[in-house]
Ligand binder design. Structure first.
Ligand code: CA
Ligand code: CA
Length: 244
């Protein structure tokens, strides 16, 4: 149970998110979050607010059990506009629930770089960015990523690909909105994508807000010469089945 909004590994009786991840990786910095654990772990929070990182959180590692981080709807983890928020290593298994990942920034993968298995549910990615020419403002996925009931807004990969999500692995989107990206498009796919639910009921183009209209039109892009692998992540509305 994280009981501090700080970002340090001070042996002070307060359990920070950084210390909790180290304990879940079975590499505890101290006893503030309990003993290290190589089993599955869940991190929850007794505090509400924003944790602003001084550096990227410890990578979630393989071989130390699956990890769930549940923000309870009250926690924002911010990269402070200067660091990537998280890394998920190859073979690692991370679930994020009820949490906001914001203002992460890196050369690529501003919010999260995933090489393992990442499941995101009921969460928000906001204003994360990759530097010019980078990919994956919100998430760069090189592993397996499943996103359900979540929102990506105002993320950016200016001059690159995937302002919201860059997928180079396997991506499943369910009932998720990826919108208002300020660079790199909302979602760029170089891998495999399954869209289980479209973002909202189909409406006539003329009845959409301008940003929704841009998104819809973006979905209608067809492969371009030399760029056949660069498809949007979401299916065109016409290809979706009613009720799904
Ligand atoms: Ca501490
Ligand atoms: Ca563990």
């Amino acid at each position: 149970m994280v009981n501090s909004l700080g970002d340090n590994t001070s042996n002070d009786g307060q359990c920070t998110l950084r210390e909790a991840i180290l304990a879940a990786n079975d590499a505890p910095a101290n006893a503030d979050c309990g003993a290290g654990s190589s089993a599955d772990d869940t991190i929850t929070f007794s505090v509400s607010g924003t944790i602003t990182l001084g550096s990227t959180l410890p990578a979630i590692v393989s071989g130390q059990g699956a990890l769930t981080i549940d923000g309870g709807g009250n926690i924002t983890v911010s990269g402070g506009g200067s660091v990537r928020v998280m890394d998920v290593s190859s073979g690692a298994d991370l679930t994020l629930r009820n949490i906001t990942i914001a203002n992460g920034r890196s050369t690529s993968s501003g919010g999260i770089s995933n090489a393992g298995t990442l499941t995101v549910t009921n969460s928000t990615f906001s204003a994360n960015s990759a530097d010019f020419g980078g990919v994956g403002g919100g998430i760069a996925n090189f592993g397996t990523l499943t996103v359900t009931n979540s929102t990506f807004s105002a993320n950016s990969a200016l001059g690159g690909n995937g302002g919201g999500i860059l997928n180079a692995g396997t991506l499943t989107l369910k009932n998720t909105i990826i919108a208002n990206s300020t660079g790199g498009g909302d979602c760029s796919n170089f891998g495999t994508v399954t869209t289980k639910l479209h973002q909202q009921p189909h409406r006539r183009l003329s009845r959409l807000r301008p940003d929704e209209r841009r998104e819809r039109q973006h979905h209608r892009l067809r492969p371009q010469p030399g760029r056949a692998d660069r498809l949007p992540c979401l299916l065109p509305a016409a290809a979706r089945q009613p009720g799904h």
